[in-house]
Design a protein. Structure first.
Ligand SMILES: [Zn+2]
Length: 254
């Protein structure tokens, strides 16, 4: 795995001759409870991209460390101090701008690896607008957009949650993210601050202006207790492997 921000431009040009998969990790700066750092989504997307790229001789771009607005039912919402979010059009424009530049360099395979649920449609829009632009200039770029958690196998979720997986919506600063952080960046986890809150319960609609209704005071949407580095390793190893297999199947000459 090579990070582009540590290459010279001449080394970068040489690397592109091998037509590598180029990874763009995307995260957020968002409250993750009293026990995880606000950069958790960015950190996990980065580590995931680095792990996958390392096995596929890929390049990793600098992470987009800000994301679209936190929503109450998936990230606790915008009422927390510390959460710094972008307007959708900003994230869309950044995505489009980066793709345009990569196309100019000759990048032909891009993996946009998202670690913050709320980003997905604005990343998608940036990709769509960029593709429209590239098509008019006759430039081809294969782009994959994915949220890494979709690759975590069911048998791993069954093991980690003992058959009681609450669903990804509520997996905010909860057992999965806490375990992954304990595996990859344990020095950033405040173990003694893991809250004892139970699972959040929400209305089945979103309300604006956001008022934080239903969001536990801790900002954690499902129990994080029971998280461990061992569970984190089980999750990350299996997820990395599944992403690699999917990318190899899509780009079968890798
Ligand atoms: Zn998160």
């Amino acid at each position: 795995m090579v990070r582009t921000d540590q290459l010279t431009w001449t080394e970068y040009v040489e690397k592109l001759e091998g037509d590598p998969l180029v990874f763009l990790p995307v995260g957020a700066h968002e409250q993750h409870g009293p026990h995880l750092p606000m950069g958790t989504d960015a950190i996990l997307a980065t580590r995931m991209a680095e792990a996958v790229a390392g096995r596929l001789h890929g390049l990793v771009l600098p992470t987009l460390t800000y994301g679209y607005k936190s929503q109450a039912r998936s990230g606790g919402g915008q009422t927390f101090p510390g959460t710094i979010s972008l307007d959708g059009q900003t994230l869309t424009a950044m995505t489009q701008d980066i793709i345009r530049e990569l196309a100019r360099h000759g990048v032909r395979r891009l993996i946009v690896l998202d670690g913050h649920y709320e980003n997905q449609w604005f990343l998608t829009e940036g990709i769509e607008l960029a593709q429209r632009e590239l098509l008019t200039s006759g430039t081809q770029m294969d782009i994959v957009r994915t949220e890494y958690w979709d690759f975590c196998p069911q048998h791993v979720l069954d093991t980690v949650f003992d058959g009681n997986f609450p669903g990804y919506d509520l997996e905010h600063a909860a057992l999965i993210e806490t375990s992954m952080m304990l595996h990859w960046q344990p020095e950033l986890v405040r173990l003694d601050a893991i809250p004892q809150d139970d699972q959040a319960h929400f209305e089945i609609f979103d309300y604006y202006p956001q008022d934080g209704a239903g969001v536990p005071a801790s900002g954690v949407l499902a129990p994080a207790r029971g998280a461990s580095a061992a569970k984190g390793q089980l999750i990350t190893d299996n997820t990395v492997e599944a992403i690699i297999q999917a990318l190899q199947a899509k780009f079968c000459d890798r």
